[in-house]
Write a protein that binds this ligand. Structure first.
Ligand code: GYE
Length: 326
């Protein structure tokens, strides 16, 4: 049932890691103050997941490599903290602001402030739902609808026998682009098989503890759960704890599908506790620095840069686990 040969999968994951090479030195034309070092203000979502930790490291490492002076803030998953951080970057007159919006709505006011101060903004990882596309220069990150679809398509392929399949969904952070889009893509894909039914759906806030709590409640209220679709690995790992505590076997009694493919998720997939993972790459740093230099130099950039990613079965996870860098 492999859709791609292992070789193709390996090649695709290499691409994810290497296609993002930055072009060093492109930003020296910047009109920034003092020396010609670019200053970037980066407003991160938080430290909610293994994905986020890897993403933060990628941004910090790439900034160093590219000679970008990085001002970094962690919003602890709160929009108001991110807005404060962006306002402080505007005050400090950074050359460019990059951020990963915790939720999709409510950004127009602060983004207009950045625009009025002539500070370009780059969205990384997550999108905003603003209709004014002039408020940011580009959006770098994954296609989350596609990720949800891949998760759903795998389940459709697996569930050939015509018997009802009860799915519980652990959503990501309410109102966030990945939660909205993964939900949509998954629902779209499972429409292909009327036996597949989502019997409960709740947010676990992209955290392990959230996934565990939500799964405990699902297990209490639903006698017959066949499949968990968790919007990220961490929630899936939390769900595993809840399933084991309820005396069931994750990966067998209850199948688990997640998104991200971080080390802990891939380990659980190799051990048979997760059944399928759709990759979402956190390695956005090099591409971000490259885009920032171009934007500051006044070069044109594509309005959307989509990350390359693949999928993993248990067998495929065993093959690549040792070489996964995060
Ligand atoms: O999947 C999740 C993280 O926005 C793509 O956020 C990111 C998501 C990622 O907390 O683990």
């Amino acid at each position: 049932m492999f859709k791609k040969s292992l070789l193709a999968v390996a090649a695709a994951s290499m691409l994810t890691l290497t296609a993002c090479g930055g072009t060093a030195g492109a930003g020296s034309a910047a009109g920034n103050s003092g020396d010609d070092k670019i200053t970037m203000g980066f407003a991160q979502v938080g430290a909610e997941s293994g994905w986020r930790t890897a993403n933060t490291k990628s941004v910090q490492d790439s900034a160093k490599k590219a000679g970008v002076d990085l001002k970094f803030s962690d919003a602890q998953q709160k929009q108001e903290n991110q807005i404060k951080a962006i306002r402080s970057y505007i005050q400090q007159k950074v050359d460019v602001i990059a951020f990963s919006p915790v939720v999709e709505s409510g950004w127009d006011t602060v983004l207009k402030e950045a625009k009025n101060a002539k500070i370009p903004v780059i969205l990384t990882d997550r999108a905003v739902d603003s209709s004014d596309k002039t408020l940011y220069k580009t959006f770098l990150g994954s296609d989350f609808v596609e990720e949800g679809k891949k998760a759903g398509e795998w389940l459709v392929e697996q569930s050939k026998a015509s018997e009802p399949v009860n799915i519980v969904e652990i959503q990501g952070t309410t109102g966030s682009a990945p939660a909205n889009d993964r939900k949509e893509g998954f629902a779209e894909a499972i429409k292909a098989d009327p036996d597949l039914k989502i019997v409960a759906s709740q947010s676990g806030d992209f955290t392990r503890s959230g996934g565990k709590q939500v799964m405990e409640a699902f297990l209490k209220n639903n006698a017959d759960i066949d499949v968990v679709f968790a919007h990220n690995d961490d929630e899936g790992l939390g769900a595993i704890e809840a399933i084991e505590a309820a005396g069931k076997v994750p990966g067998k009694d209850i199948k688990i599908i997640t998104i991200d493919a971080v080390k802990d998720g891939m380990t659980a997939l190799s051990n048979g506790k997760i059944n399928y993972i759709v990759e979402c790459s956190p390695m956005l740093g090099d591409q971000l620095m490259d885009l920032a230099k171009k934007v500051i130099a006044g070069e044109s950039v594509p309005e959307r840069v989509v990350t390359e990613e693949t999928t993993f079965t248990q067998e495929q996870a065993k093959q690549v686990l040792a070489s996964r860098p995060y």
